[in-house]
Design a protein around this ligand. Structure first.
Ligand SMILES: Cc1cc2nc3c(=O)[nH]c(=O)nc-3n(C[C@H](O)[C@H](O)[C@H](O)COP(=O)(O)OP(=O)(O)OC[C@H]3O[C@@H](n4cnc5c(N)ncnc54)[C@H](O)[C@@H]3O)c2cc1C
Length: 555
């Protein structure tokens, strides 16, 4: 934790050095002592401290300074740090002015120069004030802060990225009346407040509308591989990729895992997974992802925050190109890229995505839905879990389900939970046909297939979970895929007893191997896979035994 600051200001250099020395001697281990030669200089320091979210415990200020008196300085300083204790340092002749200023600038104490010996004339007074300050002052948040607008898609993406990568951050809504946030906003220049979101790093650096790659770099995530070559490269950090990473690295393979958003994949977005073996009361997807990442790192897996965009095969080497321009090579490549949400095709939806409309459960938005109505589109487990989660915050959650029942698409336990939750309402035979709003979602039009009527209802939050599709265009010229983009593996590649085109080895493709030897596929992205956490984990771990077999023969 950054030490709170004691700031002393005096235009007399010798006095300034002396007071700084005395403060450091007694308080240096617990506080950072800063000094300034004028009120102006001190205000500059305070602005920087405020932007960094550092705290100031005490001002020790000379009263008689040219340009700006001590009292004048304090009047401005307390607008930035209202809780800091204020001590005025005066000459004997200024005591009347100091007493008069006690009310004016809320001065806690005045001290006479010289203060020797400090043990008698300085420290006892300051000890008392600092004890008071410590008792009353909550520790400041020290991580990344995100200043933005609730309805901005870019702000949402940044919050979501940080949350899913387990990077602690503080959200500051530009529209809030919170005086702390207001005084911070006033310190930023106009260009910054017009380029929201602004990410403020603990060292005070401000990133205006950063890309996720830029953010990853500054948030301490690894964006480039440490080595040029790996035994095993895994693309995708969902349950399947993470399981492969843990098994691969634990069995001695030099393993790198590339993930473009956040480890955990779809499972990481689940508010509660109740059917994963070994967790009888369920666990959140974020928790599962965090545990798996710790486990993978413990075995030495390198996790890179980047998007894989191209694969090239050259003899026994598979080269992987990343969106940030970097390239790495490996002997075995495992594709575990899962699936992404299918888009809802209705007027207004694309324009308002991120501004009230979200794909997936977008748990970072839950707090903002407090006391409001929330609409969830979809009838599968993911939609059911999201409805349960939002029902803890929202006034009412309305599930819009296209079919006339949930029985075929949702687990029985979840249907029972939904029925038992009073503020969840399920509307069958319904679909969203239009989204309305200027800069954020204000209403939706709902079509009812039974009555053929369209109803427009006010809505600020719409969460869409209507199935998913694989995103495998970047692998189109490398591996064989079905008409929906899912990747074929093992037995699916052998047709009428013939091995796939171009397959030169004297064996069939392995169970989880694609039509390119040494390129494996696991989890939701695999043609014919069962779309579950446990099956992804199972495939990821089983694939490693095929990887070993392949590596034992690779030249
Ligand atoms: C909200 C929700 C709730 C669910 N609840 C349950 C449940 O309770 N029980 C259950 O068994 N299943 C549940 N599922 C299903 C389960 O989460 C999935 O079956 C599982 O996550 C699939 O794992 P995967 O590793 O194959 O793919 P994913 O989880 O989809 O992970 C794929 C990862 O690859 C990354 N990626 C994609 N392309 C690239 C690229 N080019 N470069 C780098 N990275 C890339 C993605 O960002 C993603 O993180 C749920 C799904 C959702 C969405």
């Amino acid at each position: 934790m950054a030490k709170p600051v004691l700031l002393t200001v005096d235009d007399d250099r010798e006095v300034l050095r002396a007071i700084e020395r005395d403060l450091r001697r007694k308080y240096g281990s617990d506080y950072r002592v800063l000094r300034a030669g004028s009120g102006q200089e001190a205000l500059e320091i305070l602005r920087e401290l405020k932007i960094r979210n550092n705290s100031v415990a005490l001002f020790l200020i000379d009263q008689r300074m040219p340009g700006m008196s001590g009292v004048e300085f304090l009047a401005q300083a307390i607008t930035l740090f209202p809780d800091a204790k204020r001590v005025l340092l005066t000459a004997y002749a200024d005591t009347d002015a100091a007493i008069a200023a006690i009310n004016e600038a809320g001065i806690n104490h005045y001290l006479l120069k010289p203060w020797d010996p400090p043990e008698e004339n300085l420290y006892p007074a300051l000890d008392e004030l600092l004890e008071d300050w410590e008792a009353a002052f909550p520790p400041q948040f020290e991580g990344i802060r995100v200043l933005g607008n609730r309805w901005s898609p870019a702000s949402h993406n940044i919050k979501d990225f940080l949350a899913r990568n387990h990077v602690p951050y503080q959200w500051l809504d530009i529209e809030t009346a919170d005086p702390e946030v207001r005084s911070l906003v006033e310190l930023l220049d106009e260009e910054e407040t017009h380029s929201l979101p602004v990410v403020i790093l603990p060292n005070g650096t401000r990133l205006k509308q950063p890309s996720l790659a830029e953010l990853a770099e500054h948030a301490g995530l690894k964006t480039h591989a440490a080595e040029a070559f790996y035994d095993l490269a895994i693309v995708g950090g969902g349950p399947a990729g993470l399981a492969a990473a843990v098994y691969g690295a634990s069995e001695g393979l030099r393993t790198v895992m590339i993930e473009r958003e956040a480890p955990g994949g779809q499972a990481g977005m689940s508010s509660r997974i109740e059917n994963y073996l070994g967790f009888p009361s369920g666990l959140t997807g974020a928790d599962l992802a965090r545990r798996a990442v710790v486990q993978a790192r413990r075995f030495g897996v390198e996790i890179i925050s980047a998007e894989a965009t191209e694969v090239r095969v050259d003899g026994p080497y598979r080269f992987l190109k990343l969106a940030n321009g970097a390239e790495l090579s490996c002997h075995a490549l495992l594709v575990a890229t899962g699936v992404q949400w299918r888009k809802l095709d209705a007027p207004g939806v694309e324009r308002l995505t991120g501004a009230g409309i979200y794909y997936g459960a977008a748990m970072t938005e839950a707090m903002s839905t407090q006391g409001e109505d929330v609409y969830v589109v979809g009838g599968a487990n993911s939609a059911g879990q999201a409805a349960m989660y939002f029902s803890r915050y929202a006034r009412r959650v309305v599930m819009l389900v296209r079919g006339s029942s949930l029985a075929a698409s949702m687990s029985h336990y979840l249907i029972n939970q939904l029925k038992a939750t009073p503020n969840i309402q399920i509307e069958f035979n319904t679909s969203v046909v239009e989204a309305h709003g200027e800069d954020h979602l204000e209403a939706i039009s709902i079509h009812c297939a039974e009555t053929n009527e369209i109803n427009k209802v006010p809505a600020n939050s719409l969460f869409i979970m209507i199935g998913a599709a694989p995103n495998t265009e970047w692998l189109a010229n490398i591996v064989e895929r079905d008409e929906r983009g899912f990747i074929y593996s093992g037995p699916h590649l052998t047709r009428e007893g013939k091995r796939p085109n171009g397959w030169k080895l004297d064996r069939d493709p392995g169970l989880l191997e694609t039509n390119v030897p040494g390129i494996f596929v696991v989890g939701d992205v695999r043609h014919g896979s069962v779309k579950r956490v446990a099956s992804g984990v199972g495939e990821g771990s089983v694939a490693i035994s095929f990887v070993h077999q392949y590596l034992s023969k690779v030249v």
